[in-house]
Every structure is written in structure tokens, then in C-alpha cells.
Design a protein around this ligand. Structure first.
Ligand code: PMM
Length: 265
């Protein structure tokens, strides 16, 4: 995959959310410092996003998203990080790659912006296509499936094929845990990671600190879900996932190394 050396193990993508609920007034400086800490903790790449996708979240104007992410992408790329930009907008993707990003992570899999797939093809960077059924504002009303594994695989296969048809070379698929999914749907997809891998593309898993982990743990708040998140990293790495997207990098960086060592013959 262009720009990503073979590591022989699952990659750890550290989350750098440049949103006011993640970082206060001096958020730019805080976000860069946070990204640097994640690199020191063992992140293989950093995912910089400027728009919250939490259930119910409202959209951020494009100009605001650009103002949030570009300085952070630039600073972290200059510091030597491999940076992906977490955006559903083609204009943000293009500007971020110009600023040094080497991957586009699109939670909409190209469905939110008609220009996205052609833009990524032109930029010629790897592309994460996540399973998505609509904007965060009302996505939980779309958590209706005949069979969640079959349906998500079919919908992801369609995004894989659309990306390939547009000329995108390296597509990573992501089941989109928590996006138009109940806790039961998320667990079913985690049990079925081999089915996702059979779509023939690398798979990224983003379970870190999500509400379904809190629900399992009797309502534990997000900041106390890192051990459970690292447990999901073990599951994903054991299944052969390409990467995990996590907030607490140190625990997952250890976990992927343990799994890799166990897999050595
Ligand atoms: N989850 C969030 C944001 N971006 N990107 C990918 N590829 N996969 C995910 O699961 C994903 C994502 C939302 O999580 P956050 O609000 O904790 O960052």
C-alpha cells in the first residue's frame, strides 16, 4: 500500500480529534502536542479529524473544518508522522494531502460527497471506506438490517467496487462500529471479522471508547473504556486486521505486538 511499509503486524492508528469537545481554546497547539504524544506512545499513523461524527452530532462548515485540520496535519506530517485525514469532504481531503496527509479516512465511504472518490483517485493515496448509512444527526434510525454481517459486507463491497471504478488503488474497508448500528450489531460484526476480510481488502476496526463498550461495562464512561478497547484490538489483530483506530495508543501498541509474536511460526 502506497506510503505504508509492511510491518508484519496490525497497525495502530492514533485518534487526533481537533474538535472543541476534545480540546479547549488553544485546540490547535493541544492537538499537535497530543499527536506527538501518540507518536511517542507507538502510533504507526495519526488520524486527524475536525468534525465530530458522534451520534446526533451536527455538521461543521467546510471552512471551519479546514481551519481546524490543516495546521494540525501540516505540523504532525512535518514532525514525521504518517497522517490520515478523517473527513467526508473532497475539498478537505485534497487540502490535507497537499498539507502532508498520506491517507484519506472517509466515514461515509464516498457517499457524502460525490467528488470524493475521483478526488482520492487523483491524489493517489490509500483510502479508508467505512460502512455508513447517512449523516450522524439521525443515523441510529438506520440501524435496521436483515442480517447485519451480510448487509454490511454487501454494502462495503459496493463501496469497494465504486472506489475501484473511480480509480482508487488502495482501499481499506471498515465496518463502521457505532455508525447506524446497535451494540448487538457491533458485536456481531466483531465476531464476523473473517467475513469482512474475505472482501479481499485490508480491514480497519474502530471500536475505541465507543458506547457499546460502555454499555457492556455497566455504563462506564468513555475515559474508562481503554482496557476494553485494547481487548478489541487483540480480537482485531488476531483476525488479521490491517489496523485499529484507537485513542489510547500505548495499550494497543503493546497488544498488536503480543498478537504478532504469538503468530510467528
Ligand atoms: N469512528 C469515529 C470517527 N472516525 N473512522 C473510521 N475509519 N472508523 C471508525 O470507526 C471511526 C472513524 C468516531 O469515533 P470518535 O468520535 O471516538 O473519534
Amino acid at each position: 500500500m502506497k506510503g505504508f511499509p509492511e510491518l508484519g503486524r496490525t497497525r495502530v492508528m492514533g485518534v487526533v480529534n481537533v474538535t472543541p469537545d476534545s480540546f479547549s481554546d488553544a485546540h490547535l497547539h493541544d492537538a499537535v502536542a497530543h499527536g506527538r504524544r501518540l507518536m511517542a506512545a507507538g502510533a504507526d499513523l495519526l488520524d486527524v479529524g475536525g468534525e465530530s461524527t458522534r451520534p446526533g452530532a451536527a455538521r461543521v462548515p467546510c471552512e471551519e473544518e479546514l481551519a481546524r485540520v490543516l495546521p494540525v496535519v501540516r505540523a504532525l506530517a512535518e514532525a514525521g508522522a504518517l497522517v490520515s485525514v478523517d473527513t467526508t469532504r473532497a475539498a478537505v481531503a485534497a487540502a490535507a494531502v497537499e498539507a502532508g496527509a498520506v491517507m484519506v479516512n472517509d466515514v461515509s465511504g464516498g457517499l457524502a460527497d460525490d467528488e470524493m472518490l475521483a478526488t482520492v483517485a487523483r491524489l493517489d493515496v490509500p483510502y479508508v471506506a467505512m460502512h455508513w448509512r447517512g449523516p450522524s444527526a439521525d443515523m441510529q434510525t438506520k440501524a435496521v438490517y436483515d442480517d447485519v454481517v451480510t448487509d454490511v459486507c454487501a454494502e462495503l463491497a459496493a463501496r469497494r467496487d465504486a472506489a475501484a471504478a473511480a480509480g482508487v488503488r488502495d482501499v481499506v474497508l471498515d465496518p463502521g462500529l457505532g455508525f447506524a448500528k446497535t451494540a448487538d450489531h457491533n458485536w456481531a460484526l466483531l465476531r464476523a471479522l473473517p467475513s469482512l476480510l474475505s472482501l479481499g481488502r485490508p480491514v480497519l476496526v474502530g471500536a475505541s471508547r465507543k458506547a457499546f463498550l460502555g454499555a457492556l461495562l455497566d455504563g462506564r464512561p468513555a475515559a474508562e473504556r481503554d482496557a476494553a478497547s485494547a481487548a478489541v484490538t487483540v480480537v482485531a489483530a488476531t483476525a488479521g486486521a490491517w489496523g485499529v483506530r484507537v485513542h489510547d495508543v500505548a495499550s494497543s501498541a503493546d497488544a498488536v505486538r503480543v498478537v504478532a509474536e504469538l503468530g510467528r511460526s
